[in-house]
Write a new protein. Structure first.
Length: 395
């Protein structure tokens, strides 16, 4: 092994090659710093003397199936002019890390297609070493996130531990990027990012979110001029929950009478009617014929979908007002409840026009997040988890 290969294959330079030896399953390259002509960081003169050596062992990328180690003998330097003392800084080192720069780059290459555990196992290092290399790369990459060109943002939350503790994420709809992630959903934890948005995101046109009171209040305070759009997904989800509540009630009544005609109907009721098979459509038709309140509710659900197809705000406005009127006079308490909610949130609903944004991109992202949560790194290191979120759009 010559200095030339160490340089070309592993980026080792600024040292002199001494020897190669083998230890167990590893190959070790001994090198030494020999250069006296190093510029003094204090006075700028470039002649030094050596003041006592120390040896460090740095991991290199493997060679074939052998682990490779750089045994580095370093000499402390002292300036002949001003007597300043220091340890040389070598281009293949990363601070005090116990691996070379080329090792870290190899880790990053492998992580493009392998999991952390697989990389750690292959390179014979701990899970944390691999994670820390990735984390420090991501931290550099996402130190600053440019908000100047952001036009549409979606806000959503997801649980980070079972049943409690939520994380809020902000997404740029044009790029699908997670712009910010923060633990909690309260105004206080959102405010630092909202202040930054108010200052930097001068092109921000609208923000899509669910109807949660804390989000709307926070946006009203920091970005009062940015229209809030209550998105389609959450409104349809609200409608579905109420249909389900009605179905359960009706089911209980029928059960008390010794009938069970609603068994297995949940799926049929909640799906988009047009996406059902003909057989399922017929089954649903029969079921609804026998149950007037469910029939009404189902028709209203299918009607509500058309709100987002109205073309412009004016038509959408008269459409939704008619819908709310029908809901309020239906006499079905679940439908009245949806009608009341929509009436209270009418402006946010109508803000869909003309921006036409929905939290749609978020739903796709949620699946990726679920996968991430299932993997081992989950939430052991929250900073790392957030950095992975910022990087999700690249995967
Ligand atoms: Zn000096």
């Amino acid at each position: 092994m010559s200095m030339s290969i160490l340089y070309h294959a592993f980026g080792i330079k600024g040292v002199t090659y001494r020897s190669t030896y083998y230890l167990g399953n590893a190959v070790l390259f001994r090198v030494e710093t020999t250069d006296h002509h190093v510029r003094c960081p204090k006075c700028g003169k470039n002649y030094c003397i050596f003041r006592g050596p120390k040896t460090r062992w740095l991991r290199m990328p493997p060679i074939g199936r052998k682990q490779a180690i750089l045994e580095l003998i370093m000499h402390r330097l002292q300036c002949k002019n001003c007597e300043n003392l220091w340890w040389p800084r070598l281009p293949f080192m990363l601070g005090t890390a116990r691996y070379t720069r080329s090792f870290a780059l190899t880790v990053l290459d492998l992580l493009r297609s392998w999991t952390i555990s697989a990389v750690a196992k292959y390179l014979h290092v701990s899970w944390d070493v691999v994670k820390d290399i990735h984390k420090s790369r991501l931290a550099t990459k996402y130190r600053r996130i440019d908000l100047r060109k952001v036009k549409y943002i979606g806000v959503d939350e997801f649980s980070i531990r079972k049943n409690h503790d939520y994380m809020t994420i902000f997404i740029d709809f044009q790029t699908g990027r997670v712009l910010h992630a923060v633990e909690g959903t309260e105004k206080e934890v959102l405010s630092p990012f909202l202040r930054k948005l108010a200052k930097k995101a001068k092109q921000l046109k609208a923000v899509a979110m669910d109807m949660s009171a804390s989000y709307t209040a926070a946006f009203k305070k920091y970005l009062p001029n940015v229209p809030v759009v209550f998105d389609r997904f959450h409104i349809m989800a609200l409608m579905s929950r109420q249909i389900d509540s009605l179905r359960r009630e009706e089911q209980n009544v029928l059960a008390a009478e010794g009938k069970s005609t609603l068994k297995g109907s949940r799926y049929l009721l909640l799906r988009n009617y047009h996406s059902l098979t003909q057989k399922h459509q017929q089954k649903l038709d029969r079921l609804l014929e026998a149950n007037q309140p469910l029939f009404t509710m189902h028709v209203m659900k299918e009607q509500l979908r058309l709100f987002w197809e109205q073309g412009n705000k004016k038509r959408a406005d008269s459409f939704i007002k008619q819908w709310v009127f029908d809901a309020l006079v239906s006499g079905i308490k679940q439908l009245i409840s949806v009608g009341m909610t929509i009436l209270r949130r009418l402006e946010g609903l109508l803000n869909y026009y003309p921006h036409k944004i929905t939290n749609g991109p978020l739903e796709g992202l949620n699946n990726k997040i679920k996968t991430m949560k299932r993997q081992a790194y989950g939430f052991r290191d929250m900073e790392y988890f957030k950095l992975r979120l910022y990087d999700l759009h690249t995967s």
